[in-house]
Design a protein around this ligand. Structure first.
Ligand code: ZN
Length: 369
């Protein structure tokens, strides 16, 4: 029997959290799941081909970043994202985050699409919702996402404009998807993106409008109230949260019914010598390895962690290497922070399974290291 794309295995009694299973090709991904950003630009000194070994069941990519460099056609020739990144497993692709930096000078947003200027180029180029879908199909992603207009400064009017662009782009993206889906080398699913906004009313209205377009799932970036945001969406469809950041926000989002997350925080913090560590009885801390108090500390960063760094190195050695900007130390720190997130999500899934998620939700927070 053909398995459905998303199965809800168990629902929490006291919150909207659920245990689920994403069936993608021959792969099963248990949810709630942390989905790391897996392109080299996101991973910095770490290596994407090792992500599976570190515990990733699915990865995410910024398809716009790959469209600009090295180009979707090049990745298509390499056999798609899996072979290109060396990752054996499903890939969720995001339409793009559109922030200046990382080779991008400027973005301008119009109803037609997004004009962008890459560093070293004089002219502005246009990127449309249709091009975004074509790019993600060329990349061979398993889950693709419609283009969303990033949050604009300038108050309510600008926020409404961004939301209107995002919805009109979602309609155009869905039409394009239906037209070119048969040409895809995978059997992709499409998620409708909701524009990020501080204005809850906008997010709720947009999610309800997207529902009418019948997407396979939804992608959110931020909501001031995740419970109200997700309340009217179909239970049976998966929800992804981009840039989920700190663990306590992830637990709160899971309680609202979010199923998958991406975040580059584990990499960003590891790059500057900051490690997530488990704290007793239930919570976490962030250890700044650069602090001189660790110069003479011979213990592993986290006694409860089973990553390579914690099994084979101590804080004193790591402190010295991080201060020397040693690439191997940064790489091991990224691996450790990923392992922390994978173990943390495992803990969350176990709590939902054994009906103790409400305890975790009440107690899980950051404490002093
Ligand atoms: Zn570790």
């Amino acid at each position: 029997m053909l398995k459905s794309f998303f199965e809800i295995v168990k629902e929490d009694i006291k919150s909207r959290a659920r245990l689920g299973l994403l069936n993608i090709g021959n792969y099963e991904v248990e949810t709630p799941a942390f989905v790391p950003l897996g392109s080299q630009t996101d991973l910095k000194d770490a290596v994407g081909s090792e992500l599976k070994f570190w515990g990733a069941k699915m990865i995410a990519v910024d398809s716009f970043q790959l469209f600009v460099r090295p180009g979707d056609q090049m990745i298509s020739k390499a056999g798609g994202l899996g072979p290109y990144l060396g990752f054996r497993g499903p890939v969720l692709s995001d339409a793009g985050r559109f922030r200046p930096g990382a080779g991008m000078l400027a973005f301008k947003f119009f109803e037609t699409g997004i004009f962008f200027q890459a560093s070293g180029a004089d002219a502005l180029r246009l990127f449309t919702p249709e091009q975004s879908i074509q790019t993600q199909i060329n990349l061979g992603a398993d889950i693709i996402t419609t283009l969303a207009c990033p949050e604009q400064s300038g108050g309510k009017i600008e926020a409404r404009k961004a939301a209107d662009f995002t919805f009109s782009w979602a309609e155009r993206a869905k039409r394009m998807f239906e037209k070119i889906k048969p040409t895809a080398c995978t059997a992709p699913k499409i998620f409708g993106a909701v524009a990020a906004s501080d204005i809850l009313e906008n997010i709720i209205t947009d999610a309800a409008k997207l529902r009418e377009l019948d997407f396979d799932g939804y992608s959110f970036t931020f909501s001031p109230d995740p419970i109200k945001t997700l309340a009217d969406l179909e239970e049976e469809k998966p929800r992804h949260l981009c840039d989920a950041a700190m663990p306590e926000l992830i637990v709160r989002s899971i309680a609202a019914g979010i199923d998958t997350f991406d975040s580059n925080l584990p990499v960003e913090l590891a790059q500057t010598g900051r490690l997530f560590v488990n704290m007793k009885p239930d919570g976490y801390g962030i250890l700044d390895v650069r602090n001189k108090k660790y110069a003479q500390d011979p213990v592993p960063p986290d006694n409860t962690c089973n990553c390579y760094l914690c099994l084979h190195h101590n804080l004193s050695e790591l402190h010295r290497l991080i201060l020397q900007s040693d690439i191997a130390a940064k790489r091991l720190s990224v691996i450790h922070n990923f392992r922390f997130y994978f173990n943390f999500l495992e803990k969350v899934r176990r709590a939902i399974k054994y009906e103790s998620f409400d305890d975790l939700l009440a107690s899980y927070r950051q404490t002093e290291t």
